[in-house]
Design a protein. Structure first.
Lengths: 452, 440
């Protein structure tokens, strides 16, 4: 008998409740949709109008049937049919276990989020996406390994974070798109009517009180319902496998895979903090002060969101759900096999360069020795590349594609700005180089603990 | 709820400072409530010059006195108001002469109350003061003037404050001739110069009035402010007029300029001896308190430092025997000393030579403890995925350099002895040193 069955009667019972909650949500949404959208949307080219509320009614009934099926099917879980098929799981695993595909996918999703913002802020669309995500999660929970990762008490906040971040982003885009429209038409902006005043007592204070009570109740419920995962006593000679940082530091831990500790643990976080503090001094765009907008601050918003979504949130998700034993990548439905072998022979740039047939035939391979000159000669390609990256790229960018910003900012501000941007870009660049070429270090001088 | 936001100065774009802004609101009873008040430096300096702060609590004193005054409902002259605000109701000032149309009466009040941004403006019962001020504030200087019942006082001042230099002459002309000059003099001279003029009551004052007006109208706002800032000592045109007059009002004295004080004191008082001063300092409570605090902290810091050097150190010895070489078969990695001493004992073929060496179990990336994976024949770190060959050389993941070897030797009794106090790093070429391995 399988020690780790995908479905058990208790899982089926839980999923029954899960679908029942989804059914209730959709039932309420159906009523709302009937009132707001009507039964049919006559404006669409579909003959007789596109069914709107009807679709939600059908979905609700399907969810109710799903729920009933899960509640009644607990007698023989092994034969229960509603589960994810292997032909679906395997490609999804392949997608998530390949960091290049995963990262490219997250960047693509980020681009789509911005590009299709006017479409996905619509309430029906957003609701459809939410339901899609919830149903996907419900179906995935029928998989043992998925349940192990997502259901771990440690990881519950990450799952919650995905929904919360999506919701807040949706709110932002909804308001920003609305204001963009109003700016284009010259109408007054949302939220700018009574801008500098907040009604404090009792309006704000009551809201705060209610938030406080709800949050406290939620935390107490959470603390009671999910038990803190206690592990074995700490030992200096035994590291848990995998050994993960707190969830909010998983992005940093991911950076540590690609950079030396002094860089990923000290310099890069310092630059992140310093850069965030420098934003007000770099930003010359006075628009968007005190109201939501996108078009007036498109560059600033896209830059920030790129740093936040693909480079922070996506890395947290990567670290939480996809990094397994020995810090290997695992798909979301994949068994965390300690002995999964993933060849990761990494090569320094200097080795690539000097062992390149053309170079090695001239110079006879990597310069050997530990004298200052040999080390610098060995690492010269990387050193030149890094210096060129940080010293030459800013002026080149300033004279070409970022000319507009260079003119507005002036030399000093532009140099600070472009260097911060380049530091931000170095993380994905290095990640992609590692994943695609197994590049270890661009400059690798272990003799001096200096690796980039 | 209606809200007002009233600039007290004219919207003159040439003004360097932003205009002092008074934001008002009406509460449920229709009274005015000051929401916020942002005075400019110019405005504050006029206010402060008029107020002559006495102590740290001047603000509180000022507010209480002002409040008492406003609640009393008396109709008082400027001097009295100032005197009461500054020093309590010690000496009620005599009424100014009848000819003087009580021009400067409410003069100080608006300055005071605005500058101090007190809570309520409209609820005070003073007949002329506040309502007028508010009216004038509300409607702007020019329109307020005719409507104000006491045409000279409040509106003039406000107009002058509000409009800077331009409006001043006009205000002075519309008002009683003495208005602005008096006010300025009172502001400028604090307690000393003002009573002189106000209580003069002589025809001289009237005679001088045109001059006065002329002088006042000739001054720009900047001049007046400058005059106000300079205080009583400086002979300015307007003050000059008031100088010969007696000082009938027993106003509390304005504190002397700080610069003048030490000089006067230094001459009269004999110097204390150096020793005496030292003793006085050491015996002072502040000194005693702080030095005891410092001493106590220092002693406890020493105790902390002592804590760092324990009497007994519970640590494994740095040198330990691990049994005969025959315990470690060819090509194996022994993990049996990992938990106790943090070493792997490896018996492996290195460049054609069979060696036994002791590898540190500390990952060279960030110090986690890797695991030996027999199937893959590698050490793999669970934290960031660094991988090391059996030899200890790094080949995957972020680890920048190979694992370290500890010293190892064949002891006299035929046992292997590991010495953790020395380590050998490959990247420094130390693996060739004989103390880092034992040939089998």
């Amino acid at each position: 008998m399988n020690p780790h069955p995908d479905l058990t009667s208790s899982v089926l019972h839980g999923l029954g409740w899960y679908y029942l909650i989804l059914f209730t949500m959709n039932l309420l949404w159906t009523f709302r949709s009937f009132k707001v959208d009507g039964e049919f949307d006559k404006s669409t080219p579909v003959v007789g109008g596109m069914p709107v509320a009807t679709v939600w009614a059908v979905l609700s009934s399907i969810l109710l049937m799903l729920s009933a099926a899960h509640f009644t099917g607990g007698s023989d879980p092994a034969k229960f049919v509603i589960r994810l098929p292997e032909w679906f799981k395997n490609p999804v695993d392949a997608f998530f276990a390949d960091p290049v595909v995963y990262f490219a996918g997250s960047v693509g999703l980020f681009g789509a989020m911005i590009w299709f913002r006017e479409w996905w802020i619509k309430e029906s669309v957003a609701w459809s996406m939410l339901q899609g995500a919830l149903i996907f999660m419900g179906l995935s929970l029928s998989d043992y390994d998925f349940r192990q990762i997502v259901g771990k008490p440690d990881n519950v906040p990450i799952v919650a974070m995905l929904f919360i971040v999506s919701f807040l982003t949706w709110i932002y885009f909804k308001r920003a798109v609305e204001n963009d429209k109003r700016i284009a038409e010259g109408r007054p902006l949302v939220g700018s009517d009574d801008n500098d005043k907040v009604l404090v007592w009792p309006d704000l204070v009551y809201i705060e009180l209610i938030c406080m009570v709800v949050l406290t109740a939620g935390l107490i419920f959470w603390g009671v319902a999910l038990e803190a995962p206690l592990e074995e006593p700490a030992s200096s000679v035994k590291t848990p496998n995998p050994s993960k940082a707190p969830w909010y530091f998983l992005g940093l831990q991911e950076m540590l895979v690609y950079f030396d500790p002094w860089l990923a643990g000290v310099v890069l976080p310092g630059i992140i903090l310093g850069g965030l503090m420098a934003i007000p001094y770099i930003d010359f765009n006075k628009a968007g002060n005190g109201y939501f907008c996108f078009k007036q601050r498109a560059f600033a918003i896209c830059t920030f969101m790129f740093g936040f979504f693909p480079l922070w949130i996506a890395l947290i998700v990567l670290g939480t759900f996809l990094r397994g034993p020995n810090w290997n990548f695992y798909g979301i439905y994949e068994v965390w096999d300690v002995h999964k072998v993933k060849a990761a022979n990494n090569v320094n740039l200097s080795e690539f360069f000097w062992n390149w047939p053309v170079m090695s035939s001239f110079f006879g391979g990597l310069p050997k020795g530990s004298s200052l000159f040999t080390i610098l000669l060995r690492e010269s390609p990387g050193i030149i590349l890094i210096i060129g990256y940080f010293a030459l790229l800013p002026p080149i960018l300033g004279l070409t594609i970022l000319r507009k910003y260079f003119v507005r900012m002036g030399v000093l501000r532009f140099l600070v700005f472009s260097n911060l941007a380049l530091w931000m870009a170095i993380l994905p660049v290095k990640m992609l180089l590692r994943w695609s070429f197994s590049l270890k270090y661009i400059v690798g001088i272990p003799e001096w603990f200096f690796n980039i | 709820m209606r809200r007002f936001s009233i600039p007290l100065a004219s919207p003159d774009k040439q003004l360097q400072n932003p205009s002092p802004e008074l934001k008002l609101d009406r509460d449920q009873c229709g009274r005015f409530v000051i929401l916020s008040f942002a005075p400019t430096r110019r405005f504050v300096s006029i206010g402060c010059a008029a107020l002559a702060p006495k102590s740290e609590l001047w603000f509180v004193t000022l507010l209480t006195n002002w409040w008492k005054l406003e609640m009393s409902g008396q109709k008082l002259s400027t001097e009295e108001i100032l005197a009461q605000i500054r020093g309590g109701a010690s000496a009620p000032a005599p009424q100014p002469a009848a000819e003087e149309p009580a021009a400067p009466e409410p003069a100080a009040a608006p300055v005071v109350e605005e500058a101090k941004s007190t809570q309520s403006a409209a609820s005070v019962p003073a007949p002329t003061g506040t309502a007028d001020i508010l009216a004038s504030i509300k409607s702007g200087g020019a329109t307020a003037k005719p409507t104000a019942p006491a045409p000279t006082g409040t509106s003039d001042i406000l107009a002058s404050i509000k409009s800077g230099g331009a409006a001043k002459p006009e205000a002075a002309r519309a008002a009683a001739p003495t208005g602005t000059a008096d006010i300025l003099a009172s502001i400028k001279g604090g307690g000393a110069a003002k009573p002189a003029k106000a209580a003069k009551g002589k025809p001289a004052a009237e005679a001088k009035a045109p001059v006065d007006t002329a002088a006042a109208s000739g001054m720009s706002a900047a001049d007046m402010i400058k005059a106000a800032r300079q205080g009583p000592g400086k002979p300015v045109a307007v003050v000059g007029l008031a100088e010969p007059a007696p000082k009938p009002l027993a106003l509390p004295k304005k504190p002397l300029k700080p610069a003048a004080k030490p000089k006067a004191a230094g001459k009269g008082v004999p110097r204390r001896g150096f020793l005496e001063t030292c003793v006085a300092t050491i015996c002072s409570p502040v000194f005693v308190a702080w030095s005891s605090l410092v001493a106590a902290t220092a002693v406890s810091s020493l105790a902390m430092a002592r804590f760092m050097m324990p009497n007994v150190l519970v640590e494994p010895p740095t040198k330990f025997k691990i049994g005969p070489p025959t315990d470690y078969g060819g090509g194996t990695v022994s993990t049996k000393w990992k938990a106790q001493f943090g070493v792997w004992i490896v018996n492996s073929d290195v460049d054609g030579e069979q060696l036994i060496y002791a590898l540190s179990t500390v990952c060279t990336h960030l110090g986690c403890t890797p695991n030996w994976l027999e199937g893959e024949q590698k050490f793999k770190c669970p934290c960031h995925g660094s991988g090391f060959y059996k030899s200890g050389v790094n080949f995957e993941g972020p680890a920048p350099r190979p694992l370290e070897r500890y010293g190892i030797r064949l002891a006299e009794d035929g046992m292997l002895e590991v010495d953790k106090s020395v380590k050998f790093q490959r990247e420094l070429g130390q693996w060739g040193i004989a103390a880092s391995y034992v040939p089998v």
